[in-house]
Write a protein that binds this ligand. Structure first.
Ligand code: NAP
Length: 540
């Protein structure tokens, strides 16, 4: 056994963990990270499926903490591909010499608060142990893939591939009969690519989703120059914005304009591509009638894109307000169904009964397959934290505390778990915003907090029950004022059987959230109890 004695243990070396290592190291803390993968990158390390691409623009979905980095790095496209994101992560690790602070191929299995020593004792699946004053979980919100329990899955004679754990070596699909289950963001991205390679592609769809074209394009030298010249101001704008980007929100109700103006605005936003569509008016995720107008516009686009009206009908979402599930951003998704080698199976009409050795049985008929691709989602936002045995004060287990829904103060700390921080935890804007910007805000706040504890002679910090209860109630009441809780989405935990239904992210906007976090810190960490080595608050 090797035990590292540290100030801070970081779990995960995706974009959150990498920046935590860099920032906390820069602040003079002894930091070490543990990562299950063999290298940095997190989601961008694992999700190597063909067509994987970020749904936020590259010039925004990137670190802002180093101006030299953002000036030097050259993004090639408006929406970065997975290989480009991974190359960027590798570059950052190299540039800031991060790998020497990270143990790869090592998975944290437990983290236990040792009250007498006021340290977190962390065990891994190797002989590495960590003993640290603080523990930062940077385990990502979409890092635990869900594999549905299809009867017979183990009997399938062909290959089963998960989009979320796609093999590193190239997968040959030419001449193969491929099936794909799942039509969320991952499915919608991979399907056009599978269709180009497979002899035949069968898409097994349970629920159709709204997808907007990403209108991806190469970045011109002029566009890059202009952004780089204005980077500090653009980043600041994103930090103060609602969604963590510079996408302009049209501050007008969809109901306040006439039909022509509305159609013109939707059309213009449709051509801008991606999330800009949801900002066509400022009440699309708040007002049912406004939302219905946007949804109708997209439904008409689906009918126009798909040749076969019956297929178009099956692809048309009707069970949730547009945007209440994370909108998908695609490249040629709906048009893929016009190809002769693609067929769509509606699992609502023909339920998936079993996977057999030869393929999949749906509605009593067999569909023969050589490869089955599962794009079936994640145990989002809490899955990575509840899978580790996190044991806090008085033997309290995080997974028990969260059994009826995640509870956290600001998505940063949990009552009963002193000195433990979660990056982009439930109750923070996290995945409802530009994730890298959200990560930077959390890491900077944690860095400020640890420096404050050091400067004031405190050794522990813990959220109070009252502050946490107030924040949880606030997160829920803000969500209830929107249309988000109306969908069976991973935001609600609805995609995981048995998971509590609670709206997990904070939908109050990243600008306001940042202000709140900063105010709390400025006021001496309102809602937290800080204590010195003797268990007392030194300045009390
Ligand atoms: P997802 O949105 O949860 O979609 C999972 C899909 O699998 C759904 O269509 C779901 O159908 C289907 N499914 C699950 N269990 C099933 C079962 N037992 N039988 C049949 N179908 C089943 O997951 P995802 O597509 O991986 O996306 C998750 C999130 O990751 C996204 O919302 C996004 O935030 C992120 N992501 C981003 C990008 C990007 O940046 N472009 C790409 C990929 C993912 P039901 O809806 O009926 O449950």
């Amino acid at each position: 056994m090797t035990t590292l004695e540290l100030d801070v243990a970081v779990v995960g070396a995706g974009f959150g963990g990498m920046y935590a290592v860099h920032r906390l190291n820069e602040l003079g803390f002894a930091v070490h990270a543990v990562e299950a993968a063999s290298d940095v990158g997190g989601v961008w390390f694992w999700n190597r499926y063909p067509g994987a691409r970020c749904d936020i623009e590259s010039m925004e979905y990137s670190y802002s903490f180093s101006d030299e980095l953002q000036q030097d790095w050259e993004w090639s496209q408006r929406y970065p591909t997975q290989p480009e994101m991974l190359a960027y992560a590798e570059h950052v690790a190299e540039r800031f010499d991060l790998r020497r602070h990270i143990s790869f191929d090592t998975r944290v299995v437990s983290a236990t608060w040792d009250a007498p020593s006021r340290r977190w004792l962390i065990a891994t699946d190797t002989d590495l142990r960590l003993s640290a004053r603080f523990c930062v979980f940077a385990t990502g919100g979409l890092s635990v893939p869900r594999v549905p329990e299809f009867p017979g899955l183990d009997d399938f004679a062909g290959d089963v591939l998960l989009t979320a754990h796609w093999p590193r070596e190239p997968v040959g699909l030419t001449g193969k009969r491929v099936g794909v289950v799942g039509t969320g963001s991952s499915g919608i991205q991979v399907i056009p690519h599978l269709a180009q390679q497979a002899e035949h592609l069968t898409v097994f769809q349970r629920t159709p989703n709204f997808s907007i074209s990403g209108a991806n394009e190469p970045l011109t030298a002029e566009a890059v120059r202009e952004i780089k010249a204005n980077y500090p101001a653009l980043r600041e704008h994103a930090r103060r914005s609602f969604g963590g980007s510079t996408i302009p929100i049209n501050r007008v109700s969809a109901l306040a304009v006439d039909e022509q103006e509305r159609a013109r605005t939707f059309e213009q936003r449709w051509h801008m591509g991606g999330f800009a569509f949801l900002a066509a008016f400022d009440d699309l995720t708040l007002d049912e009638r406004a939302n219905a107008l946007a949804a109708d516009f997209v439904r008409a686009k689906i009918r126009a894109a798909v040749d076969d009206p019956e297929v178009a009908d099956l692809l048309t979402p009707r069970d949730h307000p547009i945007g209440s599930k994370r909108i998908c951003v695609d490249t040629g998704y709906y048009e893929t169904y016009n190809r002769p080698n693609v067929s769509l199976v509606d699992l609502r009409a023909e339920p998936l009964e079993a996977v057999t050795a030869a393929g999949v049985r749906v509605g009593g008929r067999e569909i023969d397959l050589d490869v089955l691709v599962l794009a079936t989602g994640f145990d989002a936002m809490t899955g990575a934290l509840t899978r580790v045995q996190v044991c806090g004060r008085d033997g309290r287990l995080l997974r028990d505390e969260w059994a009826d829904g995640a509870r956290s103060y600001l998505g940063l700390m949990v009552e009963g778990f002193p000195n433990l921080f979660t990056i982009s935890g439930p109750g923070s804007p996290s995945l409802l915003s530009n994730a890298i910007l959200a990560i930077e805000q959390h890491v900077d706040w944690i860095g400020g907090c640890l420096a404050h504890l050091r400067d004031t002679g405190n050794v522990t910090i813990e959220a109070t029950r009252e502050a946490q209860d107030r924040w949880v109630a606030h997160v829920r009441s803000v969500a209830d004022r929107t249309l988000y809780p109306r969908a069976n989405s991973w935001y609600m935990g609805s995609n995981v059987p048995g998971k509590a239904r609670v709206f997990l992210p904070y939908v109050g906007g990243v600008g306001g959230y940042r202000k709140k976090c900063d105010e709390i810190a400025r006021n001496g960490y309102d809602g937290f109890v800080l204590a010195g080595a003797d268990g007392r608050t030194p300045d009390a």
